[in-house]
Design a protein around this ligand. Structure first.
Ligand SMILES: Nc1nc2c(ncn2[C@@H]2O[C@H](COP(=O)(O)OP(=O)(O)OP(=O)(O)O)[C@@H](O)[C@H]2O)c(=O)[nH]1
Length: 315
Protein backbone atom coordinates (compact mmCIF):
# COMPACT_ATOMS: atom_id res chain seq x y z
CA UNK A 1 0.00 0.00 0.00
CA UNK A 2 1.39 3.43 -0.94
CA UNK A 3 2.20 5.71 1.98
CA UNK A 4 -0.16 8.51 0.99
CA UNK A 5 -3.16 6.42 0.17
CA UNK A 6 -5.89 6.51 2.79
CA UNK A 7 -8.78 4.11 2.72
CA UNK A 8 -12.27 5.45 3.37
CA UNK A 9 -14.02 3.60 6.17
CA UNK A 10 -17.81 3.59 6.35
CA UNK A 11 -19.76 2.17 9.25
CA UNK A 12 -23.17 0.57 8.81
CA UNK A 13 -25.11 0.47 12.01
CA UNK A 14 -28.74 -0.27 12.89
CA UNK A 15 -30.66 -2.72 15.00
CA UNK A 16 -31.05 -6.39 14.16
CA UNK A 17 -32.91 -6.91 10.90
CA UNK A 18 -33.27 -3.23 10.05
CA UNK A 19 -31.83 -3.65 6.53
CA UNK A 20 -28.03 -3.23 6.85
CA UNK A 21 -27.13 -6.11 4.53
CA UNK A 22 -29.75 -5.01 1.99
CA UNK A 23 -28.15 -1.56 1.98
CA UNK A 24 -24.63 -2.97 1.85
CA UNK A 25 -25.48 -4.84 -1.35
CA UNK A 26 -26.61 -1.55 -2.93
CA UNK A 27 -23.49 0.24 -1.75
CA UNK A 28 -21.26 -2.49 -3.19
CA UNK A 29 -23.01 -2.29 -6.56
CA UNK A 30 -22.47 1.45 -6.55
CA UNK A 31 -18.79 1.03 -5.70
CA UNK A 32 -18.44 -1.34 -8.63
CA UNK A 33 -19.88 1.35 -10.94
CA UNK A 34 -17.49 3.88 -9.46
CA UNK A 35 -14.66 1.39 -10.00
CA UNK A 36 -13.45 1.78 -6.44
CA UNK A 37 -11.76 -1.18 -4.84
CA UNK A 38 -13.85 -2.18 -1.88
CA UNK A 39 -13.47 -4.46 1.14
CA UNK A 40 -16.06 -5.56 3.69
CA UNK A 41 -15.90 -6.41 7.37
CA UNK A 42 -18.97 -8.21 8.67
CA UNK A 43 -19.52 -8.62 12.35
CA UNK A 44 -22.12 -11.01 13.77
CA UNK A 45 -22.83 -11.67 17.39
CA UNK A 46 -23.58 -15.30 16.54
CA UNK A 47 -21.17 -18.08 15.69
CA UNK A 48 -22.10 -18.27 12.02
CA UNK A 49 -22.55 -15.68 9.32
CA UNK A 50 -25.56 -15.86 7.05
CA UNK A 51 -25.11 -12.45 5.50
CA UNK A 52 -21.66 -13.11 4.04
CA UNK A 53 -23.33 -15.05 1.19
CA UNK A 54 -24.71 -11.67 0.06
CA UNK A 55 -21.21 -10.36 -0.70
CA UNK A 56 -19.77 -10.85 -4.21
CA UNK A 57 -17.02 -13.47 -4.27
CA UNK A 58 -14.31 -11.15 -5.54
CA UNK A 59 -14.78 -8.69 -2.65
CA UNK A 60 -12.18 -9.02 0.11
CA UNK A 61 -14.24 -9.97 3.15
CA UNK A 62 -13.35 -10.40 6.81
CA UNK A 63 -15.86 -11.94 9.14
CA UNK A 64 -15.79 -11.31 12.86
CA UNK A 65 -18.11 -13.75 14.54
CA UNK A 66 -19.36 -14.47 18.01
CA UNK A 67 -18.98 -11.04 19.57
CA UNK A 68 -19.19 -7.37 18.88
CA UNK A 69 -16.45 -5.20 17.36
CA UNK A 70 -17.39 -2.38 19.66
CA UNK A 71 -16.24 -4.33 22.73
CA UNK A 72 -14.99 -7.93 22.88
CA UNK A 73 -13.74 -8.02 19.28
CA UNK A 74 -12.21 -4.57 19.00
CA UNK A 75 -8.66 -6.02 18.90
CA UNK A 76 -9.65 -8.44 16.18
CA UNK A 77 -11.18 -5.61 14.17
CA UNK A 78 -7.85 -3.83 14.28
CA UNK A 79 -5.97 -6.91 13.07
CA UNK A 80 -8.42 -7.75 10.31
CA UNK A 81 -8.61 -4.19 9.10
CA UNK A 82 -4.83 -3.91 9.06
CA UNK A 83 -4.67 -7.07 6.99
CA UNK A 84 -7.29 -5.75 4.54
CA UNK A 85 -5.52 -2.43 4.13
CA UNK A 86 -2.04 -3.90 3.80
CA UNK A 87 -2.86 -6.66 1.36
CA UNK A 88 -5.63 -5.36 -0.87
CA UNK A 89 -4.87 -1.73 -1.71
CA UNK A 90 -8.47 -0.73 -1.04
CA UNK A 91 -10.20 2.58 -1.75
CA UNK A 92 -13.05 1.94 0.64
CA UNK A 93 -14.12 -0.44 3.40
CA UNK A 94 -17.64 -1.00 4.69
CA UNK A 95 -18.05 -2.35 8.20
CA UNK A 96 -21.42 -3.95 8.82
CA UNK A 97 -21.79 -3.96 12.58
CA UNK A 98 -23.92 -6.27 14.68
CA UNK A 99 -27.39 -4.92 15.34
CA UNK A 100 -26.44 -4.32 18.95
CA UNK A 101 -23.35 -2.20 18.38
CA UNK A 102 -23.04 1.42 19.35
CA UNK A 103 -21.78 3.23 16.22
CA UNK A 104 -19.37 5.47 18.07
CA UNK A 105 -17.80 2.55 19.89
CA UNK A 106 -17.15 1.01 16.48
CA UNK A 107 -15.65 4.27 15.33
CA UNK A 108 -13.35 4.19 18.36
CA UNK A 109 -12.30 0.65 17.55
CA UNK A 110 -11.40 1.69 13.97
CA UNK A 111 -9.33 4.61 15.10
CA UNK A 112 -6.57 2.57 16.66
CA UNK A 113 -3.02 3.95 16.50
CA UNK A 114 -2.10 1.15 14.12
CA UNK A 115 -4.70 2.26 11.59
CA UNK A 116 -5.38 5.93 12.17
CA UNK A 117 -2.94 7.23 9.55
CA UNK A 118 -4.10 4.75 6.94
CA UNK A 119 -7.80 5.61 6.99
CA UNK A 120 -10.31 8.39 6.57
CA UNK A 121 -13.58 7.94 8.35
CA UNK A 122 -16.30 8.28 5.74
CA UNK A 123 -19.90 8.04 6.86
CA UNK A 124 -21.69 6.50 9.81
CA UNK A 125 -24.95 5.21 8.40
CA UNK A 126 -27.70 3.98 10.70
CA UNK A 127 -30.53 1.97 9.23
CA UNK A 128 -33.70 2.31 11.26
CA UNK A 129 -36.58 -0.14 10.93
CA UNK A 130 -39.57 2.21 10.65
CA UNK A 131 -42.05 -0.18 12.23
CA UNK A 132 -39.62 -1.19 14.97
CA UNK A 133 -38.94 2.47 15.74
CA UNK A 134 -42.68 3.17 15.98
CA UNK A 135 -43.05 0.34 18.49
CA UNK A 136 -39.88 1.04 20.42
CA UNK A 137 -41.70 2.13 23.57
CA UNK A 138 -42.75 -1.48 24.05
CA UNK A 139 -39.09 -2.58 24.11
CA UNK A 140 -36.94 -2.92 27.19
CA UNK A 141 -35.30 0.33 28.26
CA UNK A 142 -31.72 -0.60 27.27
CA UNK A 143 -32.91 -1.58 23.81
CA UNK A 144 -34.85 1.68 23.41
CA UNK A 145 -31.73 3.52 24.44
CA UNK A 146 -29.53 1.62 22.00
CA UNK A 147 -31.81 2.29 19.03
CA UNK A 148 -31.97 5.95 20.01
CA UNK A 149 -28.18 6.15 20.21
CA UNK A 150 -27.84 4.52 16.78
CA UNK A 151 -30.10 7.24 15.36
CA UNK A 152 -28.49 10.06 17.30
CA UNK A 153 -24.91 9.42 16.18
CA UNK A 154 -25.46 8.77 12.48
CA UNK A 155 -24.30 11.01 9.67
CA UNK A 156 -27.03 9.48 7.56
CA UNK A 157 -30.19 7.84 8.89
CA UNK A 158 -31.93 5.53 6.49
CA UNK A 159 -35.50 5.21 7.73
CA UNK A 160 -36.17 1.86 6.11
CA UNK A 161 -39.25 -0.36 5.79
CA UNK A 162 -41.58 2.62 5.44
CA UNK A 163 -43.86 0.25 3.51
CA UNK A 164 -44.78 -1.19 6.92
CA UNK A 165 -46.07 2.09 8.41
CA UNK A 166 -48.73 4.65 7.42
CA UNK A 167 -47.88 8.07 5.93
CA UNK A 168 -48.98 9.77 9.17
CA UNK A 169 -46.75 7.51 11.22
CA UNK A 170 -43.88 8.18 8.83
CA UNK A 171 -44.22 11.92 9.35
CA UNK A 172 -44.29 11.45 13.11
CA UNK A 173 -41.17 9.28 13.02
CA UNK A 174 -39.34 11.76 10.76
CA UNK A 175 -40.09 14.56 13.24
CA UNK A 176 -38.79 12.44 16.12
CA UNK A 177 -35.60 11.62 14.24
CA UNK A 178 -35.02 15.25 13.22
CA UNK A 179 -35.40 16.31 16.84
CA UNK A 180 -32.92 13.65 17.93
CA UNK A 181 -30.31 14.21 15.26
CA UNK A 182 -30.31 17.74 13.91
CA UNK A 183 -27.12 17.50 11.85
CA UNK A 184 -27.61 14.12 10.22
CA UNK A 185 -29.25 13.56 6.90
CA UNK A 186 -32.45 11.51 7.04
CA UNK A 187 -33.82 9.60 4.08
CA UNK A 188 -36.81 7.28 3.87
CA UNK A 189 -36.58 3.96 2.06
CA UNK A 190 -38.21 0.72 1.10
CA UNK A 191 -35.69 -2.08 0.85
CA UNK A 192 -33.06 0.68 1.27
CA UNK A 193 -33.83 2.03 -2.22
CA UNK A 194 -31.98 5.28 -1.67
CA UNK A 195 -29.63 7.28 -3.85
CA UNK A 196 -26.42 5.86 -2.41
CA UNK A 197 -24.30 8.58 -4.00
CA UNK A 198 -25.90 11.11 -1.69
CA UNK A 199 -24.55 9.33 1.36
CA UNK A 200 -20.93 10.39 1.40
CA UNK A 201 -21.40 13.37 3.64
CA UNK A 202 -19.05 12.90 6.56
CA UNK A 203 -19.05 16.00 8.70
CA UNK A 204 -15.99 17.20 10.56
CA UNK A 205 -15.77 15.20 13.73
CA UNK A 206 -18.71 15.82 16.02
CA UNK A 207 -17.65 14.95 19.51
CA UNK A 208 -21.09 14.49 20.93
CA UNK A 209 -21.47 13.25 24.44
CA UNK A 210 -22.41 9.62 24.32
CA UNK A 211 -23.82 7.22 26.73
CA UNK A 212 -22.29 3.80 26.81
CA UNK A 213 -25.03 1.41 25.93
CA UNK A 214 -24.39 -1.96 24.55
CA UNK A 215 -27.12 -4.46 24.32
CA UNK A 216 -25.05 -7.52 25.11
CA UNK A 217 -24.23 -5.98 28.49
CA UNK A 218 -27.67 -4.80 29.44
CA UNK A 219 -30.11 -6.80 27.40
CA UNK A 220 -28.75 -10.29 27.79
CA UNK A 221 -28.76 -10.76 24.05
CA UNK A 222 -28.09 -14.37 23.25
CA UNK A 223 -27.77 -16.38 20.11
CA UNK A 224 -28.74 -19.93 19.29
CA UNK A 225 -27.79 -21.86 16.18
CA UNK A 226 -29.87 -24.85 15.14
CA UNK A 227 -28.62 -27.16 12.43
CA UNK A 228 -31.23 -29.26 10.66
CA UNK A 229 -30.57 -32.83 9.64
CA UNK A 230 -33.78 -33.09 7.60
CA UNK A 231 -36.25 -30.84 5.79
CA UNK A 232 -38.93 -29.34 8.04
CA UNK A 233 -42.69 -29.55 7.81
CA UNK A 234 -43.82 -26.23 6.35
CA UNK A 235 -47.18 -26.00 8.15
CA UNK A 236 -45.61 -26.69 11.51
CA UNK A 237 -42.86 -24.21 10.77
CA UNK A 238 -45.45 -21.51 10.04
CA UNK A 239 -47.23 -22.36 13.28
CA UNK A 240 -43.90 -22.17 15.10
CA UNK A 241 -43.41 -18.66 13.67
CA UNK A 242 -46.91 -17.53 14.66
CA UNK A 243 -46.14 -18.52 18.25
CA UNK A 244 -42.71 -16.90 18.34
CA UNK A 245 -42.17 -15.16 21.68
CA UNK A 246 -41.40 -11.43 21.63
CA UNK A 247 -37.93 -11.93 23.03
CA UNK A 248 -36.82 -13.42 19.69
CA UNK A 249 -35.76 -10.36 17.70
CA UNK A 250 -34.16 -11.96 14.71
CA UNK A 251 -33.92 -15.28 12.88
CA UNK A 252 -31.95 -15.94 9.74
CA UNK A 253 -30.53 -18.90 7.92
CA UNK A 254 -31.24 -21.58 5.40
CA UNK A 255 -34.04 -24.10 5.50
CA UNK A 256 -35.57 -26.84 3.38
CA UNK A 257 -39.20 -27.94 3.44
CA UNK A 258 -40.51 -31.49 3.08
CA UNK A 259 -41.30 -32.41 -0.52
CA UNK A 260 -39.36 -29.46 -1.97
CA UNK A 261 -35.75 -29.84 -3.16
CA UNK A 262 -35.04 -26.07 -2.97
CA UNK A 263 -33.03 -24.46 -0.18
CA UNK A 264 -34.61 -21.24 1.12
CA UNK A 265 -32.96 -18.22 2.68
CA UNK A 266 -35.13 -17.44 5.68
CA UNK A 267 -35.35 -14.08 7.43
CA UNK A 268 -37.41 -12.89 10.39
CA UNK A 269 -37.25 -9.46 11.98
CA UNK A 270 -39.68 -7.80 14.42
CA UNK A 271 -42.20 -10.58 13.90
CA UNK A 272 -42.14 -10.37 10.09
CA UNK A 273 -40.95 -13.58 8.38
CA UNK A 274 -39.73 -13.82 4.81
CA UNK A 275 -38.24 -16.60 2.72
CA UNK A 276 -36.84 -16.78 -0.75
CA UNK A 277 -35.26 -19.51 -2.88
CA UNK A 278 -31.51 -19.38 -2.16
CA UNK A 279 -30.77 -20.80 -5.61
CA UNK A 280 -27.94 -22.94 -4.24
CA UNK A 281 -27.64 -25.66 -1.68
CA UNK A 282 -26.50 -24.32 1.68
CA UNK A 283 -26.03 -25.89 5.08
CA UNK A 284 -29.49 -25.91 6.63
CA UNK A 285 -29.38 -23.95 9.83
CA UNK A 286 -31.14 -21.09 11.58
CA UNK A 287 -29.53 -18.46 13.77
CA UNK A 288 -31.75 -17.03 16.51
CA UNK A 289 -30.93 -13.74 18.21
CA UNK A 290 -32.94 -12.60 21.17
CA UNK A 291 -33.13 -11.59 24.75
CA UNK A 292 -32.72 -14.40 27.30
CA UNK A 293 -33.30 -17.12 24.70
CA UNK A 294 -34.12 -20.52 26.12
CA UNK A 295 -31.94 -22.79 23.99
CA UNK A 296 -33.47 -26.00 25.20
CA UNK A 297 -37.04 -24.96 24.42
CA UNK A 298 -36.02 -23.76 20.96
CA UNK A 299 -34.05 -26.90 20.27
CA UNK A 300 -36.97 -29.17 21.16
CA UNK A 301 -39.44 -27.14 19.12
CA UNK A 302 -37.17 -27.20 16.08
CA UNK A 303 -36.51 -30.92 16.36
CA UNK A 304 -40.26 -31.48 16.37
CA UNK A 305 -40.59 -29.51 13.13
CA UNK A 306 -38.07 -31.78 11.52
CA UNK A 307 -39.69 -34.97 12.63
CA UNK A 308 -43.25 -33.74 12.27
CA UNK A 309 -44.18 -34.49 15.86
CA UNK A 310 -46.90 -32.54 17.72
CA UNK A 311 -45.37 -29.54 19.56
CA UNK A 312 -44.66 -30.49 23.15
CA UNK A 313 -41.88 -28.62 24.85
CA UNK A 314 -42.37 -29.82 28.37
CA UNK A 315 -40.69 -33.22 27.94
N1 LIG B 1 -40.98 -5.06 4.34
C1 LIG B 1 -39.70 -4.72 4.20
N2 LIG B 1 -38.74 -5.63 4.43
C2 LIG B 1 -37.44 -5.25 4.27
C3 LIG B 1 -37.09 -3.94 3.90
N3 LIG B 1 -35.74 -3.86 3.85
C4 LIG B 1 -35.25 -5.07 4.17
N4 LIG B 1 -36.28 -5.92 4.42
C5 LIG B 1 -36.19 -7.34 4.80
O1 LIG B 1 -35.82 -7.38 6.16
C6 LIG B 1 -35.01 -8.53 6.41
C7 LIG B 1 -33.71 -8.13 7.11
O2 LIG B 1 -32.92 -7.37 6.20
P1 LIG B 1 -31.31 -7.35 6.32
O3 LIG B 1 -30.82 -6.43 5.26
O4 LIG B 1 -30.76 -8.73 6.35
O5 LIG B 1 -31.16 -6.71 7.77
P2 LIG B 1 -29.83 -6.58 8.66
O6 LIG B 1 -29.93 -5.27 9.37
O7 LIG B 1 -28.61 -6.79 7.81
O8 LIG B 1 -30.00 -7.80 9.66
P3 LIG B 1 -28.90 -8.29 10.77
O9 LIG B 1 -27.59 -8.41 10.06
O10 LIG B 1 -29.41 -9.61 11.25
O11 LIG B 1 -28.91 -7.28 11.88
C8 LIG B 1 -34.80 -9.19 5.04
O12 LIG B 1 -35.77 -10.21 4.91
C9 LIG B 1 -35.07 -8.07 4.08
O13 LIG B 1 -35.52 -8.54 2.81
C10 LIG B 1 -38.14 -2.99 3.67
O14 LIG B 1 -37.94 -1.81 3.38
N5 LIG B 1 -39.42 -3.43 3.84
Amino acid sequence: MSKEKKTEINILSGFLGSGKTTLLQRLLKNEETRKRKVGVIMNEIGQVSIDSAAIPENTPLKELLNGCVCCTLSDKLEVQMYDLLENHNLDVVYIETTGVAHPLEVLDACLSPLLADKINIGTIISVIDASGWSNRHSFKRPLQKLITEQAKHADVIVLNKVDLISDEKQEEVMNELHALNQTGKIVTAEFTNIDVNSMTVRKTSKDTAREKVHATEHLHIKTYVHTFENPVNKNRFEEFLRNMPENVYRIKGYIRFEGDPATFLFQYAYGVPYHTNAGIKMKELLVFIGDELDHEVLRKLLLQLEHDLPPNVTG
